[in-house]
Design a protein around this ligand. Structure first.
Ligand code: SF4
Length: 243
């Protein structure tokens, strides 16, 4: 299965605690840019581009990671999002996955034919602490979305997800924060989320440790290149038994 990235617009506005050290801002600053400038990219129509034979360049069945240099539900993108939905509809043969800190804006510019959700769209609701989880996850649960994820990233505190892990949540991801300014991620917070998922047979994925990893009272500094590797080594990912 081929995997692609599609960033139809670039730049974002900081929204909550998890945005403090946003990787898009850090990346742009490194190259003299400013991620607070939001623009539609020239590759906007990338998923529907065709080759000379008239075939889509992105093959059928691909996974397309969408809008990872912005937020899909950003206010500044309300008009662009209508076109983006048209592209996603046209490529119903591919799976689109995007994460958001703005789930409350889900209905803005939503297509009329959305119905009870499109099979090719997965939406991950990001919540970095208990306050954001309590604010955003009830909204996620109430929305017509076929595949729902909870993304605890960057994980900034202990989160009790137990009341939200009903049959609607397909999977949960936990991840520490990267970068020089990163805040600590306590392994016990990760394990708590993981254990709640296992109890309810919900898929769990530990994406990365983050740069400041706390375990058994000691803080370890983990290099970026090792963060995902260390998370894999923990062997705490969980596949739901229906897969
Ligand atoms: S919502 Fe995401 S992309 Fe936007 S500022 Fe926050 S962390 Fe960055």
């Amino acid at each position: 299965m081929a995997i692609f990235s599609w960033n139809p617009w670039h730049g974002c506005k900081k929204k909550s605690e998890g945005c403090l050290n946003c990787y898009v801002y850090r990346h742009d600053a490194r190259y003299g840019g400013d991620a607070s400038i939001i623009y539609k990219v020239k590759d906007f129509d990338m998923p529907i581009r065709k080759n000379r034979r008239g075939e889509y360049k992105i093959p059928s069945g691909s996974i397309i990671w969408t809008c990872f240099t912005s937020d899909f539900f950003l206010e500044e993108a309300d008009e662009w999002r209508k076109e983006a939905w048209d592209i996603i509809r046209e490529r119903h043969d591919c799976s689109f996955i995007f994460l958001t800190k703005r789930i409350e804006r889900f209905n803005v510019s939503l297509p009329d034919d959305w119905g009870d959700g499109w099979n090719n769209v997965t939406i991950g609701c990001s919540c970095e602490n208990q306050t954001r989880a309590d604010e955003r996850i009830p909204l996620l649960l109430a929305l017509p979305i076929k595949t729902k994820q909870i993304i605890c990233a960057p994980l900034l505190g202990e989160i009790d997800l137990s009341k939200y892990l009903n049959g609607q949540i397909y999977s949960v991801v936990a991840s520490g924060e990267s970068g020089i300014e990163a805040r600590i991620c306590d392994y016990d917070w990760v394990l708590r989320i993981r254990n709640e998922c296992v109890k309810r047979n919900i898929e769990f994925f530990y994406k990365q440790t983050g740069s400041k990893f706390l375990k058994d009272g000691k803080v370890y500094r983990i290099k970026v290149k090792d963060q995902a590797i260390q998370a894999r080594k923990a062997k705490i990912d969980f596949k739901n038994s229906n897969d």
